[in-house]
Design a protein around this ligand. Sequence first.
Ligand code: HEM
Length: 315
Amino acid sequence: MKLPVPAALRKPAKPGGNGRGNGPAPANLKDVPPEERQRETHGPLDVAVEGGKDVVGWVDQRTGASGFLTGMLYRKVPKGTNWFYTLGSATLFAFAMQAITGVFLAMYYTPSPVEAYDSITHLTNEVFLGEFVRGTHKWGASVMTILIFLHMGRVFFFGAYKYPRELNWIIGVVLLILTLVMGFTGYLLPFDQRSFWATVVGVNINGTGPVVGPYLSDFLRAGAEFGPSTLSRFYAIHMLLVPGLIIALIGAHLYLVVKLGTTAPPWVRGDRPRPAKPVERITAGANGRNGGSASNGQDPSQTGGHAPEEGHRRE
Ligand code: HEM
């Protein structure tokens, strides 16, 4: 069966190809491409597929969202892109899983010191798939933390934090801190002995920080001492404040990834200036142009065609 990709989201045609590729988006999305016209609709599945395509086309005509999506899904990546480049997407997937499982947990959780523990026990032991969803959320937190560090390591060791991606690195650092804050604030929520006392220790350590430390502790405790409001505060931070910030920052992070492109692996770049061959030196000297750049062995495709500055990187 042909993939039910609406015309608007199809890969643009390659220059020099048969001019259709998978079919460029028609100017008017109501114009059905010829190959589609011949297809007949048979069963309810075909009707459902066609209906889905119509809806996507309708939304796209009004939002132009397919431009962003095709730009993101079919963007060029540098030569040498490998499995290490999937770590960012893996982190994103882990975050999505946390968000989805978190929504289901919130349906059963009561953020009150009296009821929190019982609501979690009820969820784990009596609710259908409750233990599975809770376990996925709990282990998913560790998975996301490990993945974010691995992704950061990839970015660091591939030199992808350098110009012009410093801002994305800084956004990443904030995302890392926020991910750790999620782990810290989530830990208190089951409200058993371990989570309570671990949080007391954590908040006290926090309070020893310079200048802002004590204020931060007071903010987390919702006062000078642990009290009934502390749990609500952690809950609000854990499921409203920090996820909102993370979503906004992931949006900015991905926007910059698409805008700047990804960095080629260091061993692929290979753009160190090589000594010019004698004949090239004569040619360059004769017309006084090119500044010898024709002989540095630079292959622009290795930068993924996104960041020309990489061709001129000083090693
Ligand atoms: C919620 C956490 C994060 C998510 C969902 C995320 C997602 C992504 C994705 C999907 C990419 C593109 C593919 C890739 O290179 O893997 C990317 C690239 C990048 N990320 Fe992250 N990231 C996160 C955290 C971080 C952190 C903690 C840092 C560093 C401190 C960071 C710095 C970067 C940089 C500099 C790039 C550009 C890489 C390049 O040009 O090759 N990110 N991120």
